[in-house]
Design a protein around this ligand. Structure first.
Ligand SMILES: [Zn+2]
Length: 543
């Protein structure tokens, strides 16, 4: 086994400088594309070879009795445990540097013609990282790259040899950029009028990455014959360009995020209750249509894979392969393109909303939510609206303005159960969309109320809500929250679709009491305290 200690291992890690990415489409002709495909195919086979050899090392290492012994060292003995695992890794050559040696040994014959040593090293690093995830229990297994899928990207480590990006001196006033690899010179399409691009290209290039993506169809713009598009991703030193400054407010904003909705309540300004990313719904519907079409095509082409009741059969060893019609493949490409477009659209909607919030105030308070739990319960909405991703986006936006986003642990605050009038915590069933308490608070839409409570949480008091702190703010807030709720109802009446969780009936729905509203029976079932609440409640609001 390899056990040679690499000289670099003992040197301190290089200081990391900030980096950012710039992606440029490449203009690739048929001959060049064929050569690129050849190189990427070599990269794929090489990656698989390293992965396979590395997997063997991992298996042998885990089969060693010393592995079990190391595992049985209690986690409290940190150093001892770490030393035991480090010794094992050393013995079996399971480290990034040992993989680089492995790459050197495997890069022979025809592979060497396609891959330079540095590219082979970055591929070995990739294989090592994949296996290391298995080793530390973050992944169950590694995936070998199939011939059909191929390698989607390949990167260098430096920009002076091998795969690299160069800018040529100006011809007719504009510089031209090329990705150089072997004997090919692939021109990049550069829009110098785009300030983001111009700023990026003014920074030093650390290294370049070639990216291959499937186009929606071979006829798509910029795609070559096989329906693929190529891009160069430049890893640049420095910071990305900041777009012209957005306005930044000084208010404090409370948020209540739902799987498909958001309530925004600033201390001073207007409150809002809105669906999250409502604009994505048509895209999502189109994708679901394509999904159904693919399902029908799969069934039509592969009747042998389904039983007489139309259920997919269990796959055994030696089962027939699934057949894919050309039409099916075309639809699959179209669906992939649509999904990419939806993801980009979602990102821009998240960005817009984040900027709108920051324009009001850059101190933001919200309850920390278990996105994983949501994923299980509301898979579809969470998958579409990605509230977790939105919070991350908002966090970055807030941080870039020098503000703070407090994510308050739900367990201690329990804002959705709290009533500031009497200081009690009463859980509401999901169907109950209004907060109304026998102590006289409400009725008020529950998400707006929770966001209001969040807006006034005090870091000095460990974010624990208390009755006294809300008395004064409530005076001014109640009307604002009502107004926000009314506005949401108005928009629903005009035909905008609202998530059911908001408790707003759809336009034209013949429901004096919508399904989102609490019914007396439901309350009766939930707890005694709330029956009282129901009795005191006036007529349910009519939309
Ligand atoms: Zn109360």
């Amino acid at each position: 086994m390899v056990s040679k200690k690499h000289p670099q291992q003992s040197t301190p890690p290089k200081k990391k400088t900030p980096t950012f990415l710039l992606e440029l489409p490449l203009e690739v002709e048929a001959g060049e594309a064929a050569r690129l495909r050849g190189h990427l195919e070599a990269g794929r086979q090489f990656y698989n070879a390293v992965l396979s050899a590395g997997q063997r090392r991992l298996r042998q290492m885990r089969a060693d009795p010393a592995w079990q012994a190391a595992r049985s060292i209690p986690r409290t003995h940190k150093q001892e445990r770490r030393a035991a695992f480090a010794a094992l890794r050393e013995r079996y050559g399971f480290s990034e540097y040992a993989f680089h040696d492995l790459a050197k040994a495997l890069r022979v014959a025809w592979l060497a013609d396609h891959l330079d040593a540095v590219l082979a090293q970055t591929l070995a690093t990739r294989a090592y990282r994949a296996l290391n995830r298995v080793c530390v229990g973050k992944a169950r297994r590694v995936r070998f790259k199939s011939r059909g899928r191929g390698l989607a990207s390949l990167e260098n480590k430096r920009n002076d040899t091998g795969l690299r990006f160069v800018l040529q001196p100006p011809v007719e006033g504009r510089k031209l950029g090329y990705l150089l690899w072997h004997d090919d010179r692939l021109p990049a399409r550069i829009d110098w009028d785009d300030p983001v691009v111009a700023h990026g290209l003014a920074q030093p290039v650390k290294y370049a990455r070639l990216v291959r993506r499937a186009a929606s169809s071979p006829r798509a713009q910029g795609a070559e014959r096989a329906g693929e598009r190529y891009f160069v991703q430049l890893v640049l030193k420095g910071a990305p360009m900041h777009k012209p400054k957005h306005a930044v407010g000084s208010d404090t904003v409370g948020l209540d995020l739902g799987p498909a909705s958001i309530a925004i309540v600033p201390r001073e300004a207007e409150a809002r209750l809105e669906p999250l990313c409502a604009e994505l719904r048509p895209d999502a519907r189109a994708i679901r249509r394509l999904q159904r079409q693919m399902e029908r095509q799969r069934r039509a082409a592969n009747p042998e894979h389904y039983d007489e009741r139309g259920r997919p059969k269990k796959r055994g060893k030696g089962a027939a392969r699934w057949k894919q019609s050309h039409r099916y493949q075309a639809i699959r490409r179209r669906k992939a393109a649509r999904e990419r477009r939806l993801a980009a659209h979602r990102k821009s909607l998240h960005g817009q909303l984040a900027h709108q919030i920051v324009a009001v105030g850059h101190t933001v308070l919200t309850e920390k939510i278990s996105y994983q739990g949501w994923q299980k319960r509301y898979g579809r909405s969470v998958g579409l609206c990605a509230p977790g991703m939105f919070i991350d986006h908002l966090k970055r936006t807030v941080a870039s303005t020098g503000g703070t986003l407090h994510e308050v642990p739900t367990r201690s605050t329990k804002l959705s159960q709290y009533c500031h009038g009497c200081g009690t915590f009463v859980p509401k069933p999901l169907s109950q969309r209004l907060h109304q308490c026998p102590c006289g608070i409400g009725p008020v839409q529950r998400d707006l109320y929770a966001a209001f409570l969040a807006a006034y949480l005090d870091p000095a008091a460990d974010f624990i809500p208390s009755c006294a702190q809300y008395v004064v703010p409530w005076e001014g807030a109640e009307a604002r929250l009502r107004a926000a709720h009314e506005r949401a109802k108005e928009r629903a009446k005009e035909g905008q679709v609202m998530p059911r969780s908001m408790g707003i009936p759809r336009a034209g729905a013949r429901l004096p009491e919508s399904r989102g509203e609490a019914t007396p029976e439901l309350l009766f079932l939930s707890s005694r305290g709330k029956v009282e609440a129901w009795k005191r409640r006036p007529e349910p609001p009519r939309a």
